[in-house]
Write a protein that binds this ligand. Sequence first.
Ligand SMILES: Nc1ncnc2c1ncn2[C@@H]1O[C@H](COP(=O)(O)OP(=O)(O)O)[C@@H](O)[C@H]1O
Ligand SMILES: [Mg+2]
Length: 199
Amino acid sequence: MGAHPMRGVLLEGPPGTGKTLLAKAMAGEAGIPFYSANGAEFVEMFQGVAAARIRSLFRAARKNSPSIIFIDEIDAIGKARSNGPTDSGTQEREQGLLQLLTEMDGFFQNDRVLVVGATNRVDALDDALLRPGRFDRTIYMGRPSPTNRLRILQVHTKNKPIDRSNEDALLRQIADLAIGFSGAELANLLNEGAILAVS
Ligand SMILES: Nc1ncnc2c1ncn2[C@@H]1O[C@H](COP(=O)(O)OP(=O)(O)O)[C@@H](O)[C@H]1O
Ligand SMILES: [Mg+2]
């Protein structure tokens, strides 16, 4: 149909909703080279390091394309540029951002590198990152529904000695009570329970 593939997908949502977890699962399932980085890794006190790291990450991914680059906590590098006077740390980050914008810019139309980013803070990202041709898609990962809370509780009780004869009713009750809990909070709830049980 003349469509071109997506270049970037952004996972957005509150902390603990499983963005990093999903990316890890993707690495296992993708069957193609998977490069993982954290936005904070790029930001150093030395000038030029951020841009150089981004360049080498994309170079490696292109060489081995088709491939996926995952940048967790992408807001650390992708924060909106400021207008006022900037300190050297900010300048360094902004150079990194510029490099990221360049790498994602579609100059290499056929390189087949998918960039996946994750962040709690899409509002803080530079507009240029979100324009079509860079992060084309945003996937919102919200807090789980009651049914999904039940499923998450099921996952995290697999290794815990709970009353299996009454498991469904018990977990359903917890899922109904835990309104607004994220996946991480549900996992933590069960862990606290396990700690309490032995103390
Ligand atoms: N949807 C989910 N299903 C099962 N466990 C989850 C889910 N979301 C979060 N968790 C639990 O919370 C932990 C932290 O989640 P993480 O992926 O790091 O959240 P995020 O990156 O969105 O802040 C996971 O390692 C897992 O134990
Ligand atoms: Mg995360």
